[in-house]
Design a binder for this molecule. Structure first.
Ligand code: PMM
Length: 331
């Protein structure tokens, strides 16, 4: 059954369900040790102020996380995670922000939704906590299922793919099956290729280059490239030293533009202002290309003439049908 815009992500404010452009999710890490901004917003007042500033800069959603997923990071006890995120979620939601909680724990997800979060952003796609799918089904919250192969302390060792695009799509489809089996509705689900998670270097680029294939699989897609290692390596200095995280924002905005042009639903970024501009550029670009609202711009021709899909030039990000990828691969 096709999923309508009204049904999709129904826990979200209406404007975020089938938006006319890619959404910008601003990162609010309430952690002492995240790789790019660890400690800066650890105090709840600072985290709330930072979230409100990101909203003022154009963030459509605020993603509050209390556990670092930087490569090698150790787990945070659940009580500590709850103590970090709940006050921030509660206050940002009370300010009228659309709040997402970045957690792999079902108990944190449940408590955060009760505190006002409308989206659960689970980097493990339901694999880290077996209770997560049932909690998502029970709350009705929107749910980001990210591609994941293991916690931060071991994930780099799992960067082993035959064909990273086909493998990630297949493993995401398996997560969708598991979520459905637990009663999660397709309309709740957003998929994320998980850049940097079990992907140390070159594995990230094919996933970005083939985003239209992931978008065409039918679920809204979230992309989190912001300040990640593969951008640091891309921007390395002459001696091969990677650019530090704070020097990766321009490259992040470039990825935002390309991902938005590919039709993703949202990008997750630390520095919001540039990406807020970039998604508007991409929306104008898509509108001028005549991309319809039934999926990705998958035209074979590249000259802007003779489209396979004729349609209204809405530039909308949207997905009329929900389906999981077939076994045929994408390249
Ligand atoms: N990356 C990080 C954290 N959460 N969530 C989703 N859905 N996708 C991502 O790529 C993602 C994420 C790691 O970045 P951070 O430590 O700067 O928050």
């Amino acid at each position: 059954m096709p999923v309508t815009a009204q049904e999709r992500l129904s826990a979200l404010p209406e404007a975020l369900r089938a938006p006319a452009r890619t959404l910008v999710m601003g990162v609010v890490n309430v952690t002492p040790d995240s790789f790019s901004d660890g400690g800066r917003w650890f105090d709840p007042d600072a985290a709330v102020a930072h979230g409100l500033e990101l909203a003022a800069q154009g963030a459509d959603l605020l993603d509050v996380g209390g556990e670092s997923t930087r490569p090698g990071a150790a787990r945070v006890p659940v009580d500590e995670e709850l103590a970090r995120v709940l006050p921030v979620v509660r206050r940002l939601a009370a300010e009228g922000a659309a709040v997402s909680v970045d957690t792999t724990r079902a108990s944190v997800a449940q408590a955060a939704v009760e505190a006002g979060a409308v989206l659960v952003n689970d980097v493990s796609g339901g694999m880290a906590d077996p209770e997560m799918p049932a909690v998502v089904a029970g709350t009705g919250a929107a749910y980001v299922a990210m591609h994941w192969r293991g916690h931060a302390d071991v994930m780099d060792a799992h960067d082993l793919y035959d064909d990273v695009v086909a493998d990630v799509r297949r493993e995401l489809a398996e997560r969708v099956d598991a979520l459905r089996a637990a009663g999660v509705r397709d309309e709740q689900v957003v998929l994320d290729p998980g850049l940097g998670f079990a992907k140390t270097g070159t594995s990230n680029w094919p996933l970005l280059a083939h985003l239209p294939a992931l978008v065409a699989d039918g679920f809204p897609v979230l992309v989190g490239a912001s300040r990640k290692r593969f951008l640091g390596h891309l921007l390395a200095d002459r001696d091969g030293r990677p650019a530090p995280p704070a020097a990766r924002d321009h490259a992040t905005a470039a990825v935002t533009a390309l991902a938005a042009a590919a039709g993703v639903w949202a990008v997750r970024v630390h520095e919001v202002a540039a990406s807020a501009d970039a998604v508007r550029v991409a929306a104008a670009w898509r509108a001028a290309r005549g991309v319809t609202d039934d999926g990705a711009d998958d035209r074979a021709d590249d000259d802007g003439v003779g489209t396979r899909r004729e349609g209204r030039a809405t530039g909308r990000v949207g997905h009329a049908a929900v389906r999981t990828p077939g076994p045929e691969g994408v390249r």
